[in-house]
Design a protein around this ligand. Structure first.
Ligand SMILES: *Cc1c(COP(=O)(O)O)cnc(C)c1O
Length: 416
């Protein structure tokens, strides 16, 4: 049998192209200059690996890092990341003292200001805080009518040497829909809040409000810093624009190999519930990824690519596996020849997109990449197509024919 030479570097791999991350950061840094980029690496860098992504982003010019939880910031510090890191979502159980000790900046909106100060007092070390104003999203952030008093409280603590107000920030609600008027309103409120704080005597380093969609659609929202998540991973936040149109390259490809393949008669039921039945004799291929790997169970119909051809998932997606119908029959050895072939669920140009999976799942691209579970190995590559001369030399364990469908050289640098 003519078995393909390609073997992915893992049974199930989320292949992360660090060159794509660097490209995206450089591109976005250029777009927002002279504002700086905060690379948002919360949620294990949307599934891409927080430490690896943070390092690539910093190498490409990100000046700051951003995470939701203090524990995520501490993990970056433990890995030796020394750039400024901001964490903005806390509970009463958060390790404020550890954060202060590790020089982690803290976003504060209300009660957390006092909790941070209590920890600073105990440690006798000043905290670095960013005061957050709710300009309309309705999540955390100090309400407008309490802002002046909140700023006053922070300044009093600063006088006492318990903290330093490093930043003032907010977060957009609808920047992914650029025509909506609420973003103008949020910007107006943000400027006002900054003015109130500055009039009260706040001497901040940075003002920041824009996420990826804000950075791309609102030059008037860049201020000193933009917090970039999705764009760094090479995906588009806009319904009407692809990542390629935005100059971005998807960094994650989800790959595995066909685990089994067999010829079946017409009328064969497929997967739990038997909701799919073959209409004619055909060949079914078993894909060894399921909802335990973070594939949405509802995404039946989503595209899976084999040898440049795309097949929809048929039948229910199960915990560990799903099935595609190759619509092939009567060719001796078909099933044998497909077993072991590489399959791509999503990836870059010429491959099914994260957006197609999002639409099959009734979700958004953010969720598809972020939910890929720990059962899927992250494999880091550095595509030679990189425009970056500083790319490290590559070549560990490059499997024979380690080349994807486009012939783009992608070699394993490191697998954790
Ligand atoms: C997640 C997050 C971001 C990043 O948003 P993207 O749309 O992925 O760029 C920025 N700021 C805050 C507060 C966030 O929670």
């Amino acid at each position: 049998m003519n078995y393909p030479e390609f073997r992915p570097p893992a049974e199930r791999a989320a292949v992360i192209d660090l060159a794509a991350i660097r490209h995206n950061v450089r591109h976005l840094a250029h777009v927002v200059s002279p504002a700086r980029v905060m690379a948002v690496v919360k949620a294990d860098a949307y599934g891409h690996g927080a430490v690896e992504t943070a390092r690539a982003a910093v190498e490409a010019g990100a000046a700051w890092l951003g995470v939701a939880h203090i524990s995520e910031a501490l993990a970056l510090r433990a890995a030796g990341v020394t750039e400024p890191v901001l964490a903005w979502l806390h509970t009463r159980n958060a390790e404020f003292g550890e954060a202060i000790r590790a020089n982690v900046d803290l976003g504060v909106s209300g009660w957390d200001l006092d909790a941070v100060v209590a920890a600073a007092r105990e440690l006798e070390m000043p905290a670095r805080v960013h005061l957050k104003i709710d300009t309309g999203l309705g999540r955390n952030g100090c309400p407008e009518d309490l802002w002046e008093a909140f700023v006053g409280r922070a300044l009093a603590y600063q006088e006492e040497g318990l903290l330093r107000v490093v930043g003032i920030f907010s977060h957009f609600a609808v920047a992914d829909e650029p025509h909506r008027p609420e973003t103008d309103e949020q910007l107006r409120k943000f400027r006002e809040a900054v003015a109130v704080a500055e009039d009260a005597g706040v001497d901040r380093e940075v003002r920041h409000i824009a996420n990826t969609p804000g950075a791309l659609s609102r030059p008037d929202a860049h201020f000193d810093l933009v917090r970039i998540g999705l764009g760094m991973y090479g995906l588009s936040p806009f319904a009407g624009q692809t990542s390629a149109e935005l100059g971005l390259r998807p960094a994650m490809s989800l790959k595995t190999t066909i685990a089994a393949c067999k010829e079946v008669p017409a009328g064969q039921g497929v997967s739990y519930g038997l909701h799919y039945r073959t209409k004619e004799p055909t060949t079914l291929a078993l894909i060894p990824l399921g909802y335990a790997d973070g594939i949405p169970r509802v995404a039946t119909g989503a595209p899976v690519q084999v040898d440049g051809q795309t097949y929809p998932v048929v039948g229910r997606i199960a915990m560990d596996q799903m099935v595609i119908d190759l619509h092939r029959t009567g060719i001796a050895g078909t099933a044998d020849s497909f077993e072991g072939r590489e399959v791509v669920l999503f990836g870059g140009e010429g491959q099914p997109s994260v957006d197609e999976w999002a639409s099959a799942a009734g979700s958004i691209n953010y969720e598809i990449i972020t939910r890929i579970s720990g059962r899927v190995q992250r494999v880091y590559v550095d595509s030679a197509a990189d425009d970056d001369a500083s790319a490290p030399p590559i070549a560990l364990e490059a499997a024979p024919g380690a080349q994807d469908a486009e012939g783009e050289q992608a070699q394993a640098v490191q697998a954790k």
